[in-house]
Design a protein around this ligand. Structure first.
Ligand SMILES: NC(=O)C1=CN([C@@H]2O[C@H](COP(=O)(O)OP(=O)(O)OC[C@H]3O[C@@H](n4cnc5c(N)ncnc54)[C@H](O)[C@@H]3O)[C@@H](O)[C@H]2O)C=CC1
Ligand SMILES: O=C(O)[C@@H]1CCC=N1
Length: 229
């Protein structure tokens, strides 16, 4: 199996799906300079999502299987329910030279391996919304045919979109709960602060600014040693 990070091997990154997480992860690779746009191919059914990637100079296509022919590391960035049909569509073009990285929440490595040819190097990652500003909290796990080399390669790539750690797959759904969905819980709490302030007579505009600043600073405080407080 060719090592995608072997000396002289060119890292060509593909992505099937061009939505929020695709933009966060591939956007981070572009911003960090880890992968040039000319070595990126992105597919999606509609041109809407592809516009961003086309503007960056990436190759774009409506053909998922083309991504396999042009890439050696392929991210699967469609919603989970779409992944099985995508894997059926591309399976014939997947070889041992590819590394497949699924972003799909709730789709196990076992399921992914059952839908792909034997021996394919598969990893599963869980991003979160802050990836879109390269401040994500990302975890990943290896499939049965992915080794330390693939893990090191993926960790290096994903470090471009925030914090990234390898974890046992049993942590994946936990991460999806606290971090994949966690941002929405924080927004819900912020809304509750504002609603409370408005109920007590404060205009919502200033209540929103105060709540945002309070939450923002609270997170910085948690990262300072207590002695400094
Ligand atoms: N958005 C989030 O905060 C998180 C997302 N995830 C996972 O990341 C993955 C991507 O999520 P988002 O970027 O939010 O989704 P999204 O809805 O923003 O993007 C999905 C993309 O897939 C494309 N697509 C749909 N059908 C397709 C097909 N048959 N072939 C190729 N592309 C197709 C859509 O056009 C769109 O570009 C999902 O599997 C999700 O579970 C995981 C944790 C957090
Ligand atoms: O859009 C999604 O599928 C993910 C799963 C958890 C939060 N968002």
């Amino acid at each position: 199996m060719a090592a995608v990070s072997a000396p002289g091997s060119t890292l060509r990154v593909g992505c099937i799906g061009a939505g929020k997480m695709a933009r966060g992860v591939l956007g981070g690779l572009l911003l960090s300079g880890k992968v040039p746009a000319q070595q990126m191919t992105v597919s999606a059914p509609s041109g809407t999502n592809l516009q961003y990637f086309r503007a960056q100079g990436c190759h774009t296509t409506h053909s998922n299987i083309s991504v396999l022919y042009e890439s050696n590391v392929i991210f699967l960035a469609t919603k989970p329910h779409v992944i099985p049909q995508v894997l059926v569509e591309i399976s014939s073009a997947v070889t041992s030279d590819h590394v497949i990285v699924s972003m799909a929440a709730g789709l196990s490595l076992q399921t992914l391996e059952e839908l792909l040819p034997d021996g394919v190097r598969i990893l599963r990652m869980c991003p979160n919304l802050p990836c879109v500003i390269q401040q994500g909290a990302v975890v990943f796990s290896r499939g049965s045919c992915a080794g330390p080399e693939e893990a090191d390669m993926l960790k290096d790539l994903l470090s471009a979109c925030g914090m990234c750690e390898e974890v046992p797959e049993s942590y994946m759904d936990i991460h999806t709960g606290i971090s994949g969905s966690g941002v929405a819980y924080v927004y819900l709490f912020a809304e509750a602060l504002v609603d409370g302030a408005v109920k007590m007579g404060m205009p919502s505009a200033i209540a929103s600014r105060i709540a945002a600043q309070t939450l923002l600073v609270s997170f910085f405080l948690t990262s300072r040693p207590t002695a400094a407080l």
